[in-house]
Design a protein around this ligand. Structure first.
Ligand SMILES: C[S@@+](CC[C@H](N)C(=O)[O-])C[C@H]1O[C@@H](n2cnc3c(N)ncnc32)[C@H](O)[C@@H]1O
Length: 335
């Protein structure tokens, strides 16, 4: 995919959703995305687009979406100049939060080893083979590629952070995954157009790392419920606090230095909220504390990371004295 003046391309949306129930909505999705980008100018957008447009042309001989590092290869030996140009242009899109990726041997060692999360859940979720999948808060699309690697028919990501949309576009320049698209919007904005109310629904929906960013997490779950088809599966991953009670921790200020975390529930509180939203068959498929091995600073994400956000004397607490990050993944069905 070659970008010119925009982070979003109607042909790419059209190609990704062709043959799915989203096909009649291509024009609406493109218009809605374009309007949101116009409403939200970003000072670095030109720099990102220049970096993407300046990526050298390379003959890609293979892409691998079923490996821990989503990767592409070329059978031609690449000159050092070309390799350095790829590396430098990708570095213009720093910080890389999700990954890893490997482009022609260039290892994009992201802050998060997202492969670890995928490895913990991939065999516990419903098969993605031939499914149409939505990933809300998809970041740069790391999991979208892994979902295609697991056989998904089409994958749609939505994320409001424009840097991540730019990273996805840069990756797509070489990966060329025609059945994947990322739309520059929030979960709640995907539904804002009344036309979307007539949608049939996705076969699987992922919401990972988004619930605690929503001031009203119940409305997030209700949106996901509306977007899921009758037999669909929700895969919800979020921060939780330990304990069997039905409660949640309100976050008055920052949580592990994040300004936009509003509340952290227990697993039981999460089940309750899922049921209120209409979901059934809630099942915990993973519960893992986040470690400084899984989330850390690298040359591709040079800002502070988890080790600086935990109490230096007690990694069971955040720097604010709250319980350290513990993440659950729950699957649920539509009633
Ligand atoms: C903690 S990251 C999680 C990324 C990825 N899903 C993962 O699990 O690694 C949260 C992501 O959600 C996005 N996000 C924040 N608010 C959102 C919203 N209201 N709707 C959709 N995405 C949102 C952010 O831009 C960011 O990419």
């Amino acid at each position: 995919m070659r970008m010119n003046q925009s982070l979003i391309d109607q042909t790419a949306i059209s190609g990704a959703v062709a043959g799915t129930w989203l096909e009649p909505l291509v024009v609406d999705l493109f218009r809605h995305s374009t309007e949101l980008l116009e409403k939200r100018p970003h000072g670095d957008r030109k720099k990102w687009l220049d970096a993407i447009c300046g990526l050298p042309e390379i003959n890609v001989s293979a892409v691998n979406f079923d490996r821990e590092a989503v990767s592409c290869e070329s059978t031609n030996a690449l000159s050092r100049v070309k390799i350095e140009r790829v590396r430098n242009n990708l570095m213009q899109l720093h910080p890389w939060r999700k990954g890893p990726f490997d482009l022609f041997g260039i290892r994009v060692d992201s802050e998060w080893q997202s492969n670890k999360k995928w490895g913990r859940i991939e065999n516990k979720i419903a098969s993605l083979r031939d499914k149409t999948v939505l990933d809300v808060g998809c970041g740069n699309g790391y999991y979208l590629f892994r979902m295609l690697g697991a056989g998904a028919k089409a994958v749609v990501g939505i994320d409001p952070t424009q840097l991540f949309i730019a990273q996805f576009a840069a990756l797509q320049n070489y990966f060329g995954a025609k059945k994947a698209i990322v739309l520059p919007m929030k979960g709640e904005e995907f539904l804002s157009d009344s036309k979307f109310d007539r949608l049939e629904g996705f076969d699987s929906i992922f919401s990972m790392g988004v619930y605690y960013h929503r001031k009203n997490p119940l409305s997030h779950l209700e949106e996901l419920y509306r977007l899921l088809n009758e037999n669909g599966e929700l895969v919800l991953e979020t921060l939780v606090i330990a304990g069997g009670q039905n409660s949640e921790l309100d976050i008055p200020d920052r949580y592990a230095q994040m300004r936009n975390v509003w509340s952290v529930p227990t697993v039981n509180k999460l089940y309750e909220q899922l049921e209120v939203a209409g979901f059934c068959n809630c099942q915990k498929i993973d519960l893992t504390p986040t470690t400084v091995e899984e989330q850390r600073s690298t040359s591709w994400m040079q800002f502070d990371s988890l080790d600086k956000f935990l109490d230096p004397n007690d990694h069971k607490k955040t720097i604010e004295g709250l319980p350290a990050p513990l993440r659950v993944t729950v699957t649920a069905r539509k009633k």
